[in-house]
Structures are given as C-alpha cells and as structure tokens.
Ligand binder design. Structure first.
Ligand code: ADP
Ligand code: ZN
Length: 720
C-alpha cells in the first residue's frame, strides 16, 4: 500500500506531499511518523493508494502511526482541502485547524489512574484493615486506588495479591467544568418557539436566519433543534462568540445534555481541551460547543449546526488561514445535508439581505418571552451636560436613575468600550502624547498598576512624572476608561458594591465566570465593563443599563461602524428588564439626533436595515461590493516596501485588464503604520464581484519574501 503524506513541519509555508510505502493499517487522515531527510517528521496521510509513480525501491517506509483512530476524519480531510483551495493556503496549515494544537507539539498526555474492583471473597483472619477494605469494595464494587490506599493502606495491595481485588489502569478525562452546576429548567416551548423549530425543519433552504429580539428565547429553540438531531442519531455543532462569557449557557447545556456535550475553547488548559476533543472524536460526546474553532470539531454525521450571534466579529479568524466561520459551517452543513441556523437580534446587513433575497429562510421571534416589554431607552445629550458644567462621565439623568436603582435593591450595568483609566495621557503644555515604541498607537493609563499600557502589543511603560518633550508637569488624563468610571462611582456611591469586567480583570479560565457569578448572586450592585457585558447575559435583577459613550464606535473608520453601533446598543440595552420589573436604558451621546442611535433606541431593526442598506447601495459598499485588502508587514521598512511593490505590480496588471471589476484600487500605509515593531502597508481594493478573488489570493500566495508577510483579507472586520 502507498500513502501520500503531507509533512507537517513547523513554520513551513510550503506543502510537501510525498509517497511512502506502508504496511500498517493506516487510513487517510491519520498522523504518521515518516523518515524525512536525515531525521523523522510527523505528517498527515492525505490519500491511500495502490501504486506510486515513483519506482518502489526509491520509496521510504512509514515508521509508525501516531494514533489508532485517524486524527482527521474523512469529512474534515475533505474540508481541509476545500479551505486550502478557497484561501490559497498550504494544506498542512489547514489540517492543523482540525486537531488541538497541543496534539502536534506532543505537550499533552493522557491521564491514567488505577481503579480497584471487587473480584471474590478470600479469608482475611487477623487482618482487620483487609477485612474492612474487602467489605467496602464488596459494597461499592469499585474505587480509585489512590483514595483507597489513603484509607486502608497496604491492605489494598495485599488483597490484590490474594486475588480478592483486581487493579486496572484506566484513562480518565479531565472535566473542565466541574464547577458549573447543571441547572436550568426546561421550558415548554411557546407557540412562537415551536413555529421557529418547525420552520427550520420545513424549509428547503440549508440556512435559516432566526431573527429574534433579545430575550425572545432563541436558546431554547437551538437546544430543541440539537436534541432532535441527537434523537435522529446524529451529532451537533453549536457555535457561540465566546463561551466563557456565557456560563448560563454552559449550565443549561449541562443540565440538558450532560456529558454528551463537549466544550472547546481557548480558556481551557491544554489537557482539558485535548480530552474534550478526544471525547468528540471517539463519539462519547456528540455535541461540540465552542467559539469559532469548534466549527472544526471532529464529529461525524452532523445533524444541525447553530451559529449564535451571527453578527459577532469574532467569527472571522485573524490569523492564517483567515477563514470566515460561516463559510466553513456552510460547507459542513452541505456536506452532511443538514441545516445551519444563524441566530441574532441584530443580524449583519449582509446576512439580512441574503435572507430577504430568499437565499436564506427567515424566521422571526418578534416578542420577548412572557410578553415582557423591552426597556425604554432615554437618549441623553452630553453636550448639554458639558454646558451645564458637569465634567463627570455620568449625566444627571443617569445619576438619578442609578440612585433609584440602588435604593430599590436592584442592579445596574454600565457599559463603556474602553478599558484602563484614561484613553491616553498628554502634556497640557506642549501637547505631547505618550506612544508605544513598537506600535503606532497612543498608550492607555492604568491606575491600578500605575503604568501606561499598549493595547496592541501589551507593552508596559512607567507612568510619566514630567513630559519627556518639554519637561512640563501638567499631565492630563484624556478620555475615560472603565477604571476611572469605577473610581468615580465609588466617590458618588460609597456604599455600592461594584464589579468591573474587562480584559484586565478576566484572565484565566474562570475569570469571567467568577465575576458573572458574583453579579448574578447579588454580591454586587453595579457591573462596569467593556463589550463583554453586552453578550447574552440573563440577569433578572438588572433594571438599569447605562451606555456611557454611545458615539465611540460610530466614529470608527470602517464601513461597518453604523452596524456595529446599532448592534452594540441593542445588545447591551437588551440586558435590562429581563426579570419581572421593567427596565430602563440611559444612552449618553454627543450626537443625540444620530439616525442610527434613534433606530437603536426605538428597537427598529427594519428601519435601521433600510437606512443602512440604502446607504451601502448608494456608496457601493458591502454587500454591494467586496472589500479586499492585501496586507504586507515586516520588521524592516525596506523589506515591507519591497514586498508591497512586488504585489502591487502584479495586482496592477490584474487591475489594468479588468478595470470594470474595480471601484477602488490603491496602495498606502495601513491606518496603524506599525504594530509590534512591524511596518504595515496595504493594497486596498473595492470590487464589484468575487470574480478576481482567486487571482488576488494567488498573487499574495506567490509573493515569497523571507522577511515579509503577505496576506489577504475579505471584508475585514478591522481596518486598522
Ligand atoms: P435570547 O437568547 O433570545 O436573548 P434567551 O434564550 O436568553 O433569549 O431567553 C430569555 C429568557 O426566557 C431566559 O431566562 C429563558 O430561560 C426564558 N425562556 C426561554 N424560553 C422560555 C419558555 N418557553 N417559557 C418560559 N421561559 C422561557
Ligand atoms: Zn505596542
């Protein structure tokens, strides 16, 4: 038998496929160790065949297989090939997506423990410990050997020797969420939920968009669809933007599906992730739940794929291969002949258009469960606050409502999309602003550590005592961050218990969980945080949400900034009034007449959509055009420019031949010229169709510079 093996060498960007002779029973998708050059290398078997075009005596032999079951199943192998073709990236790179990173590096090991089980009674005269131990096992049948030895000492070994007990080493799996109790009542579906479940099954479209307002019970619809798939003997993939942010979802899944559900996410330890992955591959678990990488889960015979909060930016990968989770999910759904359900209260303009155009089926959940009203949104004009001499981040209206909420013993969430204390520090005398040495961005002051941090590369700098440019001592803290908000709140409400949730307070697997649990157990009155607080949380006691600076995301230099703002405001507002009390939202802005904020305050998704889609059509932005950015980055500015020149020339030739395809074509500095010490340039294009996409990917893939990186982004969610 001959195996085609793709050698998986770290850092190699080149596909190397070689024929090897094999007398082991390996299948395509298996990882094998093969002789390579003068040493050995690991590779994936991509195809098994009878004959090779090479003479038999020239072929080397596979040393061994890494695992018994192929690491990559047949469906995933096909998918890896499709991804490699679609994004013009090496197949080895795509195959890596399908196995836990720790499996490649060999850094995780399976854990084993010894168990002892009762076999038969034997005489144990004059050995009270043995008698006790034997009695214990006669009763309990089996126990962990280590625990047993703690209690009965060497009596355990003696009994094993006598043949009364049998010891056995067995693999144990780490359970990443032992501390998550499986709770959550199973609701009888409402009529609207039932209709939604049926509609997904009834349509002949593969994709259904479930457009349901916040609190409309979308989760219950997903869980029912997943349960139905399992009943049909199939598996399920459930994608969420950030699983660690939704402990409620976890406990619901636990309660409903027990160990059938496996959770894959980056916050787990390497060992835990590996074990969860193994449970899926071996069929012990049949539901894969996780962030975008869970779309590569090693399940077979998929019966349903759910992509919750489909509008979320985290679904596009920001490292090679830069895949879009929806595209992969769709490929898997088509391969398995199963449905793909997209859910959101605020679908992206592109998705909604595809639904209206009939490409996707559209199902709506227009009302909250139990007809609970959506909270009232009060728009507050912050310009007026400034004129009235109120310099604080809280308007009078917000302060008034906060005080009332605290007095009534209810909870509040304050949202501000900026962590740290102040956005930056600057010198009042000469205007100097502190910037990162490695990145073209200003530094953020963090009061707790009294340092300046770069939010792009994480570098830390000592806080300025005096201006390094002019020596002046009037350092000004410009722009408010979450730390400053907490400080101000403490001054205003000394008795209030305040939690802060942002990147600085949520490290580790349980970081988010701890804060969210404290808040849901009423150990705090106010939760201050970045967009993390906007995610699908369900806190029934929250009756006030304050959006401190609604304009921040509006002024992003990005065609999606309106859409983002609408989504963010709707999502965070949706955290209020989910319990029995009606909720309120205070939205602070310097632009109170802004159409997008008005639509968001009125929960008018349709109005927003029409406004936005008309604008995009008039200006020819996605979904009416495709933005493609070819990025070049290098530590050496000359190398970057050289690579840029290379790709630009080839792209220009394509442009010259197909002008009618282009709305825009130019090369320039990236908006942030340097990140982590690397210079960045871009060729920015706006195209009327996808026709030239393959050519562009080909040009980028063909531009080989040893010191520069070149990559392609489609409709990038971040244009920095
Ligand atoms: P969404 O994801 O649409 O924002 P959720 O799925 O979080 O909404 O549901 C909102 C609330 O309604 C949750 O507290 C959930 O437990 C509850 N809920 C969902 N379905 C039902 C139902 N059929 N009957 C009663 N309560 C329900
Ligand atoms: Zn930096």
């Amino acid at each position: 038998m001959i195996c085609e093996v793709i050698v998986d060498i770290a850092h190699s960007e080149v596909d190397k496929i070689f024929d090897y002779v094999c007398d082991l029973p390996v299948q395509a998708g298996a990882r094998v160790v093969v002789p390579f050059g003068r040493s050995a290398a690991t590779g994936f078997v991509v195809r098994v065949k009878e004959t090779s075009d090479y003479p038999a005596e020239k072929l080397k032999k596979i040393y061994r297989a890494e695992e018994g079951t192929p690491a990559v199943n047949a469906e995933c192998l096909a998918l890896a090939g499709a991804i490699a073709r679609r994004y013009r990236v090496p197949l080895a790179l795509c195959l890596r997506l399908f196995i836990p990173p720790e499996m490649r590096t060999g850094k995780v090991t399976e854990t084993y423990r010894t168990f002892v089980r009762f076999v038969q009674d034997v005489p144990v005269k004059n050995a009270p410990q043995q008698a006790a131990c034997l009695a214990f096992l006669r009763e309990n049948k089996e126990a962990d050997a280590a625990l047993l030895r703690k209690r009965f000492g060497v009596a355990v070994n003696a009994l094993v020797q006598k043949g009364a007990l049998a010891a056995e080493r067995r693999r144990v799996l780490r359970d990443p969420y032992q501390t998550v109790a499986g709770e959550g009542v199973r609701h009888a579906l409402t009529a609207a939920q039932k209709r939604a479940v049926q509609a997904v099954g009834a349509t002949d479209r593969t994709v259904t968009l479930l457009h349901g307002v916040t609190g409309s019970g979308k989760t219950e619809v997903y869980l029912t669809l997943i349960a139905e798939a399992l009943e049909r003997g199939r598996t399920a993939i459930f994608l969420v933007p950030e699983i660690s942010l939704t402990p409620q979802m976890l406990s619901q899944l636990r309660a409903r599906f027990g160990t059938q559900a496996a959770i894959l996410h980056s916050g787990l330890s390497a060992g835990e992730r590996f074990d969860e992955w193994q449970r899926l591959r071996e069929g012990d678990a049949r539901i894969a739940i996780g962030a975008r990488s869970a779309v590569f889960a090693p399940v077979e015979n998929v019966g349903i794929i759910v992509l919750d909060e489909e509008h979320d930016g985290s679904y596009s990968s920001e490292s090679a291969p830069r895949y879009n989770t929806f595209d992969i999910a769709l490929m898997r759904a088509e391969h398995n002949g199963c449905k793909l359900v997209l859910g959101s209260a605020t679908p992206s303009v592109e998705t909604y258009k595809r639904a209206l155009d009939g490409e996707f089926s559209l199902v709506k959940l227009p009302d909250r469960i139990n007809a609970r009203p959506l909270p009232d949104v009060h728009i507050v004009d912050m310009r007026r606050e400034v004129r009235r001499g109120n310099p604080s981040p809280f308007s009078a209206a917000l302060r008034e409502r906060l005080a009332a909420t605290l007095a009534e013993g209810q909870q509040a969430i304050l949202f501000l999309n900026r962590r740290g204390y102040s956005q930056t520090v600057l010198c009042r005398d000469c205007g100097y602003t502190a910037k990162c040495e490695q990145c073209d961005v200003s530094l953020t002051y963090h009061s707790e550590e009294n340092c300046l941090k770069c939010h792009y590369c994480g570098a830390r700098y000592k806080m300025l005592e005096a201006c390094p440019a002019c020596g002046g001592r009037h350092i000004y803290y410009a722009g408010t961050g979450t730390q400053r908000v907490v400080g101000e709140l403490k001054k205003l409400y000394p008795a209030a218990r305040i939690l802060r949730m942002d990147n600085d307070t949520t490290s580790g697997k349980e970081g988010h969980l701890r804060i969210l649990r404290q808040f849901s157990e009423r150990q705090a009155d106010i939760l201050v945080g970045t967009q993390m607080v906007a995610k699908g949380h369900d806190f029934p006691l929250v009756t006030l949400v304050g959006i401190l600076d609604a304009d921040m995301s509006l002024h992003f230099p990005d065609y999606r900034s309106n859409e983002r703002t609408f989504q963010l405001v709707t999502q965070v507002a949706g955290r209020s009034g989910r319990g029995s009390e009606k909720g309120d939202v205070v939205l602070q802005t310097y632009d109170p007449d802004n159409a997008i904020l008005r639509f968001a305050a009125a929960y008018d998704y349709e109005g927003f959509y029409r406004h936005e889609v008309n604008m995009r059509a008039a200006t020819m932005f996605p979904p009416f055009a495709l933005i493609v950015r070819v990025m070049v980055s290098a530590a050496d500015d000359k190398a970057a420019l050289e690579a840029l020149r290379g790709v630009y020339e080839k792209l220009q030739a394509v442009y010259a031949r197909n002008m009618e395809e282009f709305l825009f074509f130019n090369r320039m500095h990236a908006p942030i010229r340097r990140i982590q010490g690397k210079y960045r340039y871009q060729v920015l294009m706006r195209l009327v169709s996808k026709k030239l996409l393959g050519d562009i990917y080909g040009i980028a893939a063909g531009e080989k510079h040893k010191d520069a990186l070149v990559w392609v982004e489609e409709n990038p969610s971040n244009l920095s």
